[in-house]
Design a protein around this ligand. Sequence first.
Ligand SMILES: [Zn+2]
Length: 146
Amino acid sequence: VDVFTRQKRSTIMAAIRSANTTPERVLRSALHRRGYRYILHDRRLPGAPDIVFSSRRIAIQVRGCFWHGHASCIDGHLPKTRRSYWLPKIHGNKRRDNRNDRSLRGLGWKVIVVWECRILNARTRTSEIRRVIRELEASSLRCPDG
Ligand SMILES: [Zn+2]
């Protein structure tokens, strides 16, 4: 039996749902604080990447573990019920993600994939943000004219 009233439960569930959009905002503000400037959800690019650094030609995709099938993560595990419903949806998302990443890279972009669990988890958040910054900076050292 749920220890919460229906009203309380629905408030909690709403908070959890909206928390699912948080990883992107956390990462964005961490980068912004460090002086990085970017544009969001650029629809001119394959997959409309979440965070786009146009002059560096770097795109960050922040992926929700469940919908994008994060294999090594508890949130990416399929529910035990209605697998025939979830499986094709999540496989379809993964196929589309791979296709978009490939197209972007084919256009000369670097793609950084960030899984939401790494940002949501307080134990991995800092190192994940550091990794993103390392990748951003590694690319800026490249000679633009090859
Ligand atoms: Zn995950």
